[in-house]
Design a binder for this molecule. Structure first.
Ligand code: ZN
Length: 281
């Protein structure tokens, strides 16, 4: 059985009306538990040493002291502890080849920037800790601008992002060095999406790649309010299958996905595609 990484503390904070809500994970967790095909593991918080491979000491201090301003990313009490625990979720997912079902998400957080609901870049913390040459595929509906800022020009990483455009954060229009960006029109649908992903996986340099790390956002879903690319629950199974065909050791980290009812079924379909429909090996 593959592992889903989850810690109940990640449900402790939130702001009324904010789309990145504890309810979305609570409902997804209940759905995934009910499937009976996953084992659940609790992470430890990431250490400062882990975080400092990705972020500056000043950034850690700002998050710790809540001395940052981003209109999308509230200064929640104890956010430093919650963000460390979410980064720890990515670390455990990397070690277990599992899926981290944690919040806050991470892919907009840069070396010294809080942005777009993200405080620390969870996936980047795990990739750096692994020391492995990694292909990062970002399937969230928004451009993974923080991840790109961290790994641009890094010969040990290939980065692919498919995202809606025009949309937040407004970047990712063109390929840059080792970062391949595929902006797509809103609600483009499964056929265009999967064809583009196939092209991207062919185009990216996979020489010497040792693992696949997936920034798994589900805001591309057809009813998502923030970044819909018109995908259905079944699309996520096909997407998972396509990534499984790379035959690389793989881990995935939750990013967005703001339809609380659909998040669990969409994650399940994706993992069934990725792990072969039986909880995997
Ligand atoms: Zn997103």
């Amino acid at each position: 059985m593959n592992a889903i990484v989850f810690h109940p503390r990640c449900l402790e904070y939130g702001a009324p009306g904010h789309p990145e809500s504890p309810e979305r994970l609570q409902r997804a967790l209940e759905f995934l538990r009910a499937q009976g095909v996953y084992r659940f593991r609790e992470p430890e918080p990431a250490s400062e040493e882990d975080l400092l491979r990705v972020h500056t000491p000043e950034h850690l201090e700002r998050v710790k002291n809540r001395e940052f301003y981003d209109p999308d990313s509230p200064r929640y009490e104890n956010i430093y502890e919650y963000a460390r625990l979410s980064a720890g979720g990515a670390l455990l997912a990397m070690r277990e080849r599992g899926f981290s079902l944690m919040r806050p998400p991470g892919h907009h957080a840069g070396p010294q920037r809080v942005a777009g609901f993200c405080y620390f870049n969870n996936l980047a913390v795990a990739v750096k800790a692994s020391g492995k040459k990694t292909l990062i595929v970002d399937i969230d509906g928004h451009h993974g601008d923080g991840t790109q800022a961290i790994f641009l020009g890094d010969p040990s990483v290939g980065f692919v992002s498919l995202h809606s455009f025009p949309n937040y954060p407004g970047t990712g229009l063109h390929h840059e060095q080792n970062c391949l960006n595929y902006p797509l029109p809103f609600r483009c649908g499964e056929e265009v999406y999967l064809r583009t992903l196939e092209q991207a996986l062919t185009a990216v340099d996979r020489e010497g790649i040792e693992q696949l790390a997936i920034s798994a956002g589900f805001d591309t879903y057809e009813r998502d309010p923030l970044a819909s690319l018109g995908l259905t629950t079944q699309s996520y199974r096909r997407l998972g299958q396509l990534l499984a065909e790379l035959e690389l050791p793989t881990f995935a980290v939750l990013e967005g996905g703001y339809d609380p009812e659909a998040l669990g079924p969409n994650i399940h379909a994706f993992l069934q595609g990725l792990w072969g429909g039986h909880g995997g090996t």
